[in-house]
Design a protein around this ligand. Structure first.
Ligand SMILES: Cc1cc2nc3c(=O)[nH]c(=O)nc-3n(C[C@H](O)[C@H](O)[C@H](O)COP(=O)(O)OP(=O)(O)OC[C@H]3O[C@@H](n4cnc5c(N)ncnc54)[C@H](O)[C@@H]3O)c2cc1C
Length: 648
């Protein structure tokens, strides 16, 4: 096994070796660069959801003839930076001179990419056969050699293998052809010799072409082992998405398909949904057979599609212990540009790692990563001074655009024309009930721990406490608990109850009237002009911590009263830039949202008593009181803070 370098990323081979099989198989996803900008945005959303399942890596294909080279690299870098997952960048020899390949390798290294799938490549579009470029390389062995020669051990390198022979090096069969003839035999034997050449040149592991008969893969692996190829060989799994594409692909790739599969597909071939469901069932069966034979992980050709792969992983039970797989409660970044990058593998690196984050960006992690991209350590002494320019500005308007759907979709989600505060409150309540997928402040559906408290949250939202972040108290749950766990098995995790919400000034006043009766609760509040109210000492409070065997206590999530002020500016801007901007100026809806922006407070409450927390009961009691006052003609939707007159 090659040694890891000390650079930003990690080698996938090391992640494979450190994977604990007690957590179930590891898995990886292949994506290809879309043709349009909109397609790329959609792919990012899909990848964000899919990478939350914690694949060991994702790989990004290199368009035939290098047609996607910039985008391939950009997607790989984005994946590492924002999804915290190691990227394996495909690279082919097609159409590239040695000098051009050297430039690409350097650019990849500069972007923090540390893993390359070294391929000869398909012929460029329109060409029938593959020809090396002038001053280029002839095959993948040469590419692996060049990478090692130029970069030593820096890159982790994967190579491709074809368990049923390379399609162009032997006659093609037809669907259903047994594929066990002597022609295939001689091809596979010579391919294995070439494969050994690629590994000897410096490849760390092998990804195979897809297949539909597990014995094909297992026989191939056995023959590789006989040929002294000892590195990991990951099976390529391609769930069947439609009958016609399956028929075409297996014919082209000369894939052996068991007669049973054709027979089972025949009666349903016209029914796309039934074919897809069959594809899922078949893939699950294949994975189970391979697992039983000792295969440690699977590589999925997603075709940029989500559903089949997710259902397969669910069926395999892999998604049940997600929390045991996460190193920290939040997803890390693997950007080499952020000095504290920890890669968030199963075993996060300790030195210089990013091991603590303020809770505020929990539902907008990409924005946090963007704003701390130049930090060289975490927290870098930067908390405790909200006025410090340390947090980067979010100059890119992209970060204020909601992340999902068209304008019409967002209008449908958040209201065609909200005109009263209650219309807005209802949107927040529906989000915590799971009836609306995102809010400007929450880029994905509520997390499992939020769903546990969705009833009280919905009630308090309807009373005008518009929650954007929350966590219940946890006292010494097992660190592989399905909802609260993180850090791997064997530890105990803890958290203080926390809730963060926008509220009109009269509700903040109500909080301030009664919070003194609950000595374990502290609050911080600020409006968009920077007017502040708080109780308890200012500074940093641990919100999530864990105790693990033979480790210091880990404390990955904190609240910092000064960082809260930095976050509040972004949070207020989302009212106008992400939501009010959906409506024409001068409309009632736009005026309402601007009014909320101008007058409401952002409030954070921590319950420092994590064993018998009363925070949510307190919020429910407040809601009852608020509703009562409102019914009595009080000013629960009063938005003029000047009229209320806080005692400073
Ligand atoms: C997992 C996977 C991912 C892929 N991703 C991409 C992608 O992103 N972009 C893309 O364009 N294509 C991709 N391909 C397709 C691949 O580029 C083609 O199938 C290509 O024809 C073979 O690539 P290779 O790296 O296996 O080539 P090589 O290992 O170089 O082999 C190519 C052919 O030459 C033969 N050969 C190799 N070395 C020698 C030698 N020294 N002497 C004689 N014959 C030799 C082999 O037996 C084989 O038939 C992928 C394939 C796989 C399996």
């Amino acid at each position: 096994m090659r040694a890891s370098s000390s650079s930003g990323g990690s080698k996938i081979i090391d992640l494979m070796h450190s994977h604990k099989q007690s957590l179930g198989p590891f898995f990886s996803f292949e994506f290809f660069p879309p043709k349009t900008e909109a397609g790329t945005e959609n792919l990012y959303l899909r990848m964000e959801r899919m990478t939350s399942l914690q694949p060991i890596f994702v790989d990004i294909t290199w368009g035939a003839g290098g047609s996607t080279k910039e985008l391939t690299m950009a997607i790989a870098e984005y994946t590492q930076t924002y999804f915290g997952v190691e990227a394996l960048m495909h690279l082919t020899c097609t159409n590239l001179s040695v000098d051009e390949i050297k430039i690409i390798l350097k650019a990849a290294r500069d972007s923090g990419i540390q893993n390359i799938l070294a391929l000869r490549g398909d012929p460029p579009k329109g060409a029938v056969s593959w020809e090396p470029a002038p001053n280029g390389l002839a095959n993948a062995i040469d590419l692996v050699r060049l990478i090692r020669q130029e970069h030593g051990d820096y890159f982790g390198i994967a190579v491709a293998a074809f368990p049923e022979g390379h399609p162009s090096s032997s006659p093609r069969g037809s669907p259903g052809s047994p594929g066990t003839g002597s022609w295939a035999e001689s091809t596979i034997a010579s391919d294995i010799v070439h494969l050994k050449g690629k590994v000897d040149a410096g490849a760390d592991f092998i990804l195979t072409q897809f297949f539909y008969d597990p014995s094909v893969f297992l026989d191939f692996v056995a023959r590789c082992r006989e040929a002294d190829i000892t590195c990991p060989i990951l099976p390529g799994m391609m769930p069947i998405q439609s009958f016609s594409s399956f028929e075409k692909m297996t014919k082209f790739c000369r894939t052996r398909v068991p007669q049973r599969v054709w027979a089972e597909l025949e009666p349903i071939r016209e029914d796309d949904e039934a074919v897809k469901a069959y594809g899922i069932k078949l893939c699950v069966e294949m994975c189970q057979t391979l697992s039983a034979a000792g295969v440690p992980g699977f590589h999925f050709y997603t075709l940029n599609l989500e559903k089949s792969v997710l259902l397969i992983l669910e069926e395999l039970g892999v998604t049940q212990n997600m929390s045991a797989r996460r190193a920290l409660p939040w997803r890390g970044s693997r950007s080499s540009k952020r000095g504290g990058n920890n890669g968030e593998g199963i075993s996060p690196r300790v030195n210089g790692s990013e091991d603590v984050r303020p809770i505020n960006w929990a539902n907008r992690p990409k924005s946090y990563i963007k704003r701390t991209v130049t930090w060289d350590e975490f927290p870098n002494g930067r908390w405790g001074d909200g006025r410090s320019p340390a947090f980067g500005e979010l100059s890119d308007s992209h970060f204020f655009r909601p992340t999902e759907g068209s304008k019409e979709d967002r209008l449908a989600m958040w209201g065609e024309a909200p005109v009263t505060p209650q219309d807005v409150y209802e949107v927040f309540a529906k989000y915590v009930e799971g009836r609306i997928p995102i809010l400007p402040w929450c880029e994905s559906r509520p997390q499992a721990e939020t769903r546990i408290i969705s009833d009280p949250l919905a009630a308090i939202n309807r009373a005008g406490f518009l929650t954007i972040n929350s966590q219940p108290a946890v006292n010494a749950e097992a660190s592989d608990h399905t909802v609260f766990g993180w850090g791997g098995p064997g530890g105990r995790v803890y958290q203080k109850a926390y809730v963060e919400f926008f509220a009109p000034p009269d509700l903040l006043k109500l909080i301030m009237e009664v919070i003194g009766m609950h000595p374990s609760l502290t609050f911080n509040a600020v409006d968009s002009s920077g007017n502040q109210h708080s109780s308890g000492p200012r500074g940093v409070t641990a919100l999530t911590w864990g105790v693990f065997p033979s480790k210091e206590i880990l404390q990955p999530t904190v609240f910092d009263s000064e960082t809260f002020l930095v976050w509040s500016q972004e949070a207020f801007q989302l009212w106008t830039d992400a939501w009010a901007s959906l409506y024409d100026d001068e409309t009632e809806s736009s005026a309402l949202l601007y009014d909320i922006h101008d007058t409401y407070y952002l409030v954070a409450i921590i319950d420092n008593e994590y064993i018998d927390s009363t925070l949510y009961q307190f919020m429910l009691d407040l809601s009852v009181l608020a509703n009562k006052r409102s019914a009595e003609g009080g000013k629960s939707d009063e938005t003029d803070s000047g009229a209320i007159g806080f005692d400073e």
